[in-house]
Design a protein around this ligand. Structure first.
Ligand SMILES: Cc1ncc(C[n+]2csc(CCOP(=O)(O)OP(=O)(O)O)c2C)c(N)n1
Ligand SMILES: [Mg+2]
Length: 360
């Protein structure tokens, strides 16, 4: 049995295209992207890093509510989202707001979500997504269901969902991948392995050597990818999408990544569970630094271009937070109206009461 386990584990070597120096190490798997696409990937990573920095500052000023930092995870989040089509369906976790933004969620709505305003959960018509899930792993089961629905309707689309390394210990994780495998549903399951579930290191989470190998028991494809390498993440997600829409079933993708910030802005202190050495080891793998080097080598990126993106991001964020402030405050009656299609009679009474109060 030990031999069986070892032979499975040896198949899950990390897939990479760009190394830490921004050099291509795997020419054969280089995805087919135009120069414009390559620049767009960089633009989005720079923009998202600024959005993260500003969101942390706004949270500290009391102008945002719940916020889970994203710096370090840009390649994992944006490389996978870039492989999607507009009609694909995203089932995100709480850290996956950037994917929604690049799929078309306006910034002010992302800020309203952070503030707990119901309008932050109302996806625009062109954004097919659920709101970011706080319950760990719950979206994995939902993704299997959404994907099966697509298959039954004969759609050429996929459902993509995200969880973390910690999420793979939940029962829902196994149920989701198993169900999708059984029905060969067009689902893409991403595990962003940022090494920690709040303060618990992945080594304490499981005895499995990789999280990707969990696909084997479900009888589906699984792959571990360098989550700091946006080209590699894009390539494996695109491949998973192609196979899914061709009826070849779901894929589990483990992205090896790191979050530089705290778990959320609610007050955990990463210095109590991570060492400086560990932080700096991962900062050397930074997805922006690596991709910038690659693009500069191709004369596709410059400091001026980067500064332009930074200014654009700051400007957009300033406007969006103003829009957020100006958006009507949510009322108790709004919450009741959004929760039920038909109000039960006891709530109908309360609704009248609140309407009366709110009209004053
Ligand atoms: C079912 C459930 N159990 C516990 C929690 C509390 N909780 C919130 S985040 C978290 C850690 C999740 O870590 P991971 O899956 O690695 O995702 P990351 O935050 O690192 O992206 C836990 C235990 C929860 N939200 N839901
Ligand atoms: Mg984690």
């Amino acid at each position: 049995m030990k031999y069986v386990l070892e032979s499975v584990e040896s198949q899950f070597e990390m897939f990479q295209i760009l190394n830490e120096d921004g050099k291509i190490v795997n020419k054969d798997d280089m995805p087919d992207l135009s120069d414009e696409d390559l620049k767009e990937l960089m633009r989005r990573m720079v923009y998202t890093r600024i959005l993260d920095q500003r969101s942390i500052a706004l949270n500290r000023q009391g102008r945002l509510g719940f916020y889970a930092p994203t710096a370090g995870q840009e390649a994992s989040q944006l490389g996978s989202q870039f492989a999607l089509e507009q009609d694909d369906f995203i089932l995100p976790g709480y850290r996956d707001v950037p994917q929604l933004i690049w799929q078309g969620l306006p910034l002010y709505q992302a800020f309203l979500f952070s503030r707990g305003h119901y309008h932050g959960n109302q996806m625009p018509e062109n954004v097919r997504a659920l709101s970011p899930q706080i319950i760990i792993g719950a979206q994995y089961v939902q993704a299997a269901g959404v994907a099966l629905g697509m298959k039954k309707r004969g759609k050429k689309t996929v459902a993509i969902t995200y969880t973390g390394d910690g999420g793979t210990s939940q029962g829902d994780f196994y149920e989701g991948i198993n169900f999708a495998g059984a029905y060969q549903a067009p689902a893409i399951f991403i595990v962003q392995n940022n090494r920690f579930a709040i303060s618990v290191p992945v080594e304490k989470q499981t005895n499995a050597k990789t999280l990707a190998q969990k696909a084997v028991a479900a009888g589906i494809e699984g792959i571990q990818v360098d989550g700091m390498d946006i080209l590699a993440v894009y390539a494996v997600t695109k491949d998973a999408r192609n196979r899914a829409v061709n009826g070849e079933g779901p894929t589990l993708i483990e992205t090896m990544t790191y979050r530089y910030g705290p778990h959320t802005m609610a007050g955990d202190d990463p210095t109590r569970y991570r060492t400086d050495d560990q932080d700096s080891e991962w900062e050397k793998k930074d997805p922006l630094v690596r991709f910038r080097k690659f693009l500069e080598g191709k004369k596709l990126w410059s400091e001026e271009e980067e500064n332009k993106v930074i200014e654009e991001a700051k400007d957009d964020i300033k406007k969006a937070i103003k829009e957020t402030d100006a958006y009507p405050k949510q009322k108790v009656t709004d919450l009741m109206e959004n929760m039920f299609e038909e109000l039960p009679s006891n709530l109908q009474e309360q609704m009248e009461e609140y309407k009366e109060k709110e009209s004053k």
